[in-house]
Design a protein. Structure first.
Length: 320
């Protein structure tokens, strides 16, 4: 097992050369039935393809869930080691599969106990969805796939999962290696790589914000100003979009009407048990930009900076 130790930028760039455990999990989960994906995190395959194809290094925007995971990872690792005196807990970098090109893993920890070596995946979650009782093998599908990829990459016989749900619900699971299943997972993901990345065939864009962001990054500026004639499939998509928008508007109007009827029923009360509440939010302070500009025009101008315009998507032929 050969691991790489690089800077953050080098690590991100190296990931573009193949599929990691979470990438493979996204590919497998994309074709799984809905009831098999309970508790799993979906990733846009279009955004995944875009990231692998482009040279730019994209730092994933930090969010509370990611920050919580980073901060709590060490704590969960310590909880795991607490009941296993004598084990050695090693951090692990990016590891490439020694025989299979374009497959790598980024295990959270490698555990050494006596003559045995195994892996540890650390998770923090707010929801129990997809997680079975501690001591079982019932983990969300994306977590299982991720661990199975790591077992194939590292040639390790089993992988433990330690998860902290909320603040106090700590659970552990063990996933035994199944080489036949592991190889099938790698085969499926490599077929995706060969078709979409090596073959430069983009997956169909999905409706996620990640896909939208990827498209904006790929096509930031207009290069041809004239509007071209549509293809047959584009006309079909346009007609379907108009139909969907009309349906959404009708449902939104109905929703608003029902909400207003409930507001009228609540009146001056705080709400209706089991139905809805209608309470005042906490007051807040707001900056009056217009007044500041009027009172201090020179100071206001000194703080202005130019922001490049972005492309705006407008549907033509839509009736309000």
């Amino acid at each position: 097992m050969e691991k790489t130790t690089n800077t953050r930028e080098q690590w991100l760039r190296e990931r573009k050369g193949g599929l990691g455990g979470t990438d493979v999990a996204s590919i497998i989960c994309a074709s799984a039935e809905k009831d098999m994906k309970v508790g799993s995190f979906g990733k846009s395959l279009f955004a995944l393809w875009s990231n692998k194809m482009r040279n730019e290094i994209e730092e994933q925007s930090d969010n509370p869930a990611m920050k919580r995971g980073r901060v709590m990872e060490k704590y969960v690792s310590e909880l795991y080691a607490e009941n296993r005196p004598g084990i050695e807990v090693k951090e692990c970098g990016l590891v490439w599969h020694k025989d299979t090109k374009h497959i790598f893993g980024t295990p959270d920890r490698i555990i050494v106990g006596g003559d045995t070596t195994w892996g540890l995946e650390i998770k923090t979650r707010r929801s129990r969805e997809g997680w079975g009782e501690s001591g079982t093998v019932l983990v969300p599908l994306d977590v299982e796939v991720q661990c199975r990829v790591y077992m194939e990459v590292t040639d390790i016989p089993y992988w433990d999962v330690a998860v902290l749900i909320g603040m106090d619900d700590y659970r552990e699971y063990r996933i035994e290696r199944d080489e036949e299943l592991g190889q099938q997972i790698l085969k499926t993901s490599l077929a995706w790589w060969d078709k979409h990345v090596a073959g430069n065939v983009p997956p169909s864009p999905d409706g996620s914000d990640m896909a939208k962001k990827a498209l904006s990054s790929m096509h930031p500026r207009v290069k041809v100003e004239d509007l071209r004639a549509p293809t047959g499939s584009e006309i079909e998509n346009h007609n379907r979009l108009l139909e969907v928008r009309r349906t959404i508007k009708a449902l939104t109007d109905e929703k608003n009407e029902i909400e207003n009827k409930i507001r009228a029923a609540i009146g001056d009360d705080a709400g209706i048990k089991g139905i809805a509440s209608w309470k005042q939010n906490k007051s807040s302070m707001r900056f009056d930009q217009k007044k500041f500009e009027q009172d201090h025009p020179d100071l206001y101008k000194s703080y202005l900076s130019k922001r490049e315009g972005s492309r705006v998507f407008r549907v033509l032929g839509a009736k309000s």
